[in-house]
Design a protein around this ligand. Structure first.
Ligand code: ADP
Ligand code: MG
Length: 722
């Protein structure tokens, strides 16, 4: 059978595992090799141009248009030397993935030859036809004009290809009327909004940085399975996740996978992924096995949110692309396999100036007023706007993960850890006098060194955890573009810092010292935020009950979360900080609703196709085999032939499958009335239950039908045969 063939192929296949030789190419030489980075800019740009460009990159100064021509010309020469034939404006339309259209550098010279051209105008602005990207009603399709605008703060790079490389220019994507059609523009705006407010707060502390940047270090989880299995699973191919599949005899219960030895083929893959990312200047740092079988993680060192987001998108692309070279497929879906852990993306987030991380508590955080003010502002933001944060991670895919006892629940709470929690409680009661110290950790073994102990333990069950000197937003989905989560995070914290700055300024203007002002303000902030602080087990049923008692929102799925986008409070918030207009929010409401519907409908159609043309025929064939065997045994005089029970459970399961299939087919074929959101509701309430019922019957059948007849690679094969 094709399944057996796939397994044989995997057993015999010899993949080339030494494609990158780190003895001849040291990682230090690879790093940034294909990036038009500061070093390259310095070497290739006239000094005044270099300075002007750096001022934009580092201080957010408006870009002088005359700079563009000089930059473009230097970029072109550099790209040519690297073997580039084309350039592209890369943007992030609201599909969530990146988009690119390639243009050749060549232009006819008018006398039969050609010259290489790349002007400042071409660097700054592109004009892709916007009509085929989702706009959520922002503009009619006849007004198709969209512009891509160069983002000088994210350096251009070369995407290598043996068939001619491409100079890639990160850009924002806007409609002709100036509305953001992408995910980068709002992120940049949210960074600006936060910067303005954070600078105001720092000014009270006597500091005058030009700007405050937000930083992000996103950890990416993913699965790798053999390509031979992948192609035999239409569900993986079309939906990114298995719609059918009985649990394997062994899952993740032995806990032997997490941090386990990395298989050779996977390690070779990881090394090449890293080498490719190094060349692109993505500072990848960590790799390891994750909890589920065949699940892994890659994490970079943090960067400013904009760059981190671009690099995160690149990481997803390189992870996908490189897998092919090793006969593997990288699954970035949040829940490729039922019954074992899904994949997330821990979004580590902080704020910093050129010189300090504003969430760095130091040794005695209770005395660190500045740290406490910024932390309290974050707490207030998460408390007030927890529904918007929840919304920022909502997708049909992520619905499978959140609250499924492996990822944080859909209830947004904050984990502070012992030390910070203690300080917050002291402040609430009137003033913080001490910081609990970690001290030294006694190993109890004389040959082992004494270790310094952290002041607080970790908590893996919290959606939003303070982890030493940053917050970790753990509920983000593995396939998500992290710009959404960070745009929200930056904006809600900007609002909070605005409030804090305004209050402190008022009290100080009234003649009080800053210390008095802070002492007057913080206890109230903390009282308000108390309800989101939870240091216990976020996966437990008790927490769900407790959270309900505290009045914390629990938006269980995407459809529950979607209406938050168009609530008056949300619109007021984003308009005030000029991150989204009401129209842009409405468009995102429609786009997210549509994306949800499309994902579920494709799953429904795929499940119908598979159940009808693959699973049912196998089950009927087996039914015939068993029935024949029973009949012939009877004919031969066996009074109670074995197989009768099998036959009866087969018939029951086949009937259940057919029933589920009918309901599913009807649900998928039915058109809901109304707005995209109404369709989303319909998909959740009608298609998903039918999908679940169909799967249940199919998975039961998988446990009965003869193995040689089963058409789909099984969990036990996909997850364990490497
Ligand atoms: P863990 O898995 O224990 O949470 P990792 O080391 O895998 O830890 O990931 C931590 C991530 O947090 C890294 O990407 C790291 O660069 C990032 N990080 C550290 N400091 C900051 C910061 N100030 N701002 C944003 N991210 C940070
Ligand atoms: Mg982490």
């Amino acid at each position: 059978t094709p399944r057996q063939e796939a397994i044989r192929e995997i057993a015999l296949s010899k993949h080339q595992l030494n494609r990158v030789d780190f003895k001849t190419t040291h990682i230090k030489e690879l790093y940034g090799k294909n990036v038009f980075n500061e070093e390259t800019q310095r070497a290739r740009l006239p000094k005044p141009i270099f300075k002007a460009l750096q001022k934009t990159i580092k201080q957010g100064a408006p870009l002088d248009p005359t700079v563009a021509d000089a930059v473009a010309s230097a970029m072109k020469d550099w790209a040519f030397e690297k073997g580039a034939t084309h350039y592209t404006h890369l943007f992030q339309p609201m599909t969530g993935i990146t988009a690119e259209k390639h243009d050749s550098f060549l232009a006819p010279d008018g006398v039969g030859g050609a010259i290489a051209e790349f002007s400042g105008k071409e660097l700054i602005k592109g004009e892709p036809d916007a009509s085929s990207f989702p706009s959520g009603g922002l503009r009619a399709t006849f007004e198709a004009r969209g512009y891509t605008a160069w983002d000088p703060t994210s350096p251009a790079y070369i995407m290598e290809n043996p068939n001619g490389s491409t100079l890639v220019i990160p850009t924002a994507f806007l409609s002709w009327t100036g509305e953001a059609l992408d995910k980068k523009t709002p992120l940049l705006k949210s960074m600006d909004a936060l910067s303005v407010q954070a600078v105001r707060v720092l000014k009270l502390f006597g500091k005058t940085p030009d700007r405050v940047i937000t930083t992000v270090g996103p950890e990416q989880e993913y699965f790798l399975i053999d390509k031979s299995f992948y192609y035999q699973r239409p569900d993986l191919l079309y939906c990114g996740r298995t719609l059918f599949g009985a649990p394997p005899p062994k899952g993740q219960e032995l806990e032997d996978q997490y941090f386990g030895t990395i298989p050779e083929r996977v390690l070779a893959y990881m090394a090449e992924v890293e080498a490719e990312l190094f060349k692109l200047g993505v500072p990848v740092k960590t790799r390891h096995n994750e909890v589920a079988p065949s699940q892994y993680e890659i994490a970079p060192i943090f960067e400013n949110s904009n760059l981190a987001t671009d690099h995160q998108n690149l990481t997803q692309e390189i992870l996908r692309k490189t897998a092919d070279k090793y006969g593997l497929v990288c699954l970035l879906h949040e829940k490729p396999f039922a019954g074992i852990n899904g994949s997330g993306k821990h979004n580590n987030w902080s704020m910093s100036t050129d010189t300090e991380n504003l969430l760095e508590p130091g040794h005695t955080p209770h005395e660190n007023a500045q740290f406490l003010v910024f932390t309290a502002a974050v707490l207030r933001a998460v408390t007030r706007y927890s529904k918007i944060l929840r919304l920022a991670i909502a997708s049909a895919h992520n619905d499978h993960r959140l609250g499924a006892n492996e990822a944080p629940p859909a209830i947004i709470s904050v984990f502070l850890g012992d030390q910070l929690n203690d300080i917050i409680e002291q402040i609430e009661k009137g003033g913080a006098k001490t910081s609990k110290q970690g001290g030294m950790f006694q190993t109890g073994v004389s040959v082992l060194p004494q270790l310094p102990k952290e002041a607080g333990d970790r908590n893996r069950t919290s959606p939003f955890a303070f982890t030493g000197n940053k917050f970790e937003f753990r509920a983000v989905g593995s396939s998500a573009n992290i710009s959404g989560a960070n745009t929200v995070l930056n904006t809600i914290v900007a609002e909070s810092l605005d409030y804090v700055a305004t209050e402190l300024e008022k009290i100080v203007a009234g003649g009080k010292t800053l210390t008095d002002a802070i002492q007057a303000l913080l206890p109230g902030l903390i009282k308000e935020s108390k309800k989101v602080i939870f240091n216990g087990n976020g996966y437990s049923a008790e927490w769900h009950a407790e959270a309900a008692k505290r009045g914390l929102p629990n938006l269980k799925n995407t459809v529950d979360a979607l209406p938050v986008i168009i609530e008056a409070e949300t619109i007021a918030l984003f308009e005030k900080y000029k991150v989204y207009t009401a129209g842009e929010l409405k468009s995102r409401y429609n786009i997210l609703s549509e994306a949800y519907v499309k994902a579920i409908v494709i799953e429904g159609k795929t499940a119908v196709m598979m159940a009808k043309t693959m699973i049912l025929p196998a089950a009927l064939k087996y039914q015939k085999d068993v029935a024949d065997s029973v009949a012939s045994a009877r004919a031969a005089g066996v009074a109670n032939p074995p197989g009768v029970e099998t036959l009866s459970s087969l018939v029951t399961a086949i009937n259940a499958l057919i029933k589920g299939l009918h309901t599913l087919e009807h649900a998928v074929g039915h058109e809901a009335e109304g707005e995209p959101f109404d369709h989303a509701k319909y998909a959740r309430d009608s298609i998903i239950p039918a999908l679940v019922a169909t799967r249940e019957a199919a998975d039961t059948l998988e446990g009965i039908v003869g193995d040689d007849l089963w058409p789909l690679p099984k969990y036990r094969e996909m997850l364990f045969i490497k």
